[in-house]
Design a protein around this ligand. Sequence first.
Ligand code: AMP
Length: 551
Amino acid sequence: MVGTTAQTLRPFLWRAAKLYPDREIVSRTHEGIDRTTYAAYDRRVAQLANALDGVGIDDGERVATFCWNHTRHFETYFAVPSRGSQLHTINPLLPDHHVKYIVENAADRLLFVDPSLVEKLEGAAAEADGAFDTVERFVVMGSDVPETSLDPVVDYESFVGGHAETYDWPALDDETPAGMCYTSGTTGKPKGVEYSQGMMWAHTMGILPEAGLDFRADSVVMPVVPMFHVMAWGFPYATTAAGAKHVYPGPAPDPADLARLIETEGVTFSAGVPTVWLGLLEYLEENEADLSSLERVAIGGAAAPKSLVRTYEEEYDVQVVHAWGMTETSPVAAVAHLKPGMESLPPERRDEKRVKQGLVLPGLEFKVMSDEGEVPWDGEQFGELWIRGPWVTTEYFRRPDANETDFADGWLKTGDVVTVDPDGYIQIVDRATDVIKSGGEWISSQELENAIMAHDDVVEATVIGVPHEKWQERPVAFVVPREGVGEGPLRSDIADLLEGDYPTWWVPDDVVYIDAVPKTATGKFDKKVLREEYADHDVDDVPEGAAPDDD
Ligand code: AMP
């Protein structure tokens, strides 16, 4: 065989620690700014790997995190996979019963948790009668342990401290499972996606160069996209591969925190969902901040509005790079770069390209499929986007039902309905399923509908996402009440009912009373009709008591 070295993550850090030992890794924490270097980080990663050996985590076993973006979380990013175990990042914004399902489905043995998320994790553990079936140990990301029912529990510094600062890293092959993330995009239970060493290596090499997202040794990179979202879009790995400086915004950062970090750390490149960048703009309208170091922001997870792209460019000289991807594609798969010659197009024509979901990355292939077969690249005919390549998954974890429906002949059927223009730019025009994405996070309309219809005074109900400037989409419930039932009490009843089982941000912003849910010829709920009718529905101006404020 020609070329015998496997494609794995460890060499990225080996190189960074050797070539850029003093380059910084900076993190906002509750206590202030934490500052380290690649050389010191590499030693801590070895200590953590030794600590995991110490508690008997074997090859292929899963270690989970329930954490925001910070250096300790980043330590798990290299330590866990490079020793042959699998890093499972869990989204703490999910409903408790989803977290419980995910932890147990993945059979996580050890779980790292942020101090500020301990209470949320206790809520999920309560769903499992107080203790998850598989978790043997909790490690709190700090130097002490808050009062908690999680058991047994130890603080991170005690867990890692005292262990050797070198590690005999094993030779792994490309197929060794390295990462894992669940997606709640479609109906039914969250689906696990596993990332092998080879997939993560290939994704890193895919986003590293200019045709990807362009990471350079002199970049200062701040991923605002959470590290529990598909490994922060792979940014921590690509930043390391480039030898660039890392800046982590810490627990629940607000726009003021982001502005301060950009200013003080000289951030050149950042990434997050549109809501983050809209929030920062709002902040900048009222407050002074020096963004002059910031050259580019990658926006993805939801469509970047044209006005946002324009404002960053014209008022702050920051280039917006619009990217598309999904949990199943590791995640970055397309970026809306301009092709040579397009820079000189009139701004309006240029922006049209830049707000599309973009050009597929080198290494991947896609096609657009309708019932009649493959759809031509004419910018008009649409179909479902199918994609395949070295960092696109070919199956879900233990989900034969979903594997049956979501894959065909080695292609991933994305569920995104798209057109492709003659220049090859993909544009999403619809979604095949009716899930709602609010601020980059999924809300299952079906789960909400089932919960609302369980109310005795509800005859039928449906939930749709309506467009929203800040959150992209927000849920609105349409309810047919039983005859004679007063609207006011039912409204607050529904909010109470949902708040018991779902995070506040899942609760519909408005409950609208209708006489009947529109139906298709086959008797199914026809949400299209409601989506069209309520496309301009203003959920920021809804009656008192309809639902708690999402802000
Ligand atoms: P997730 O698996 O949570 O990352 O969600 C993936 C889905 O988010 C995609 O299938 C799209 O529906 C949506 N999405 C991701 N990026 C974009 C984007 N740039 N524009 C519009 N929708 C996007």
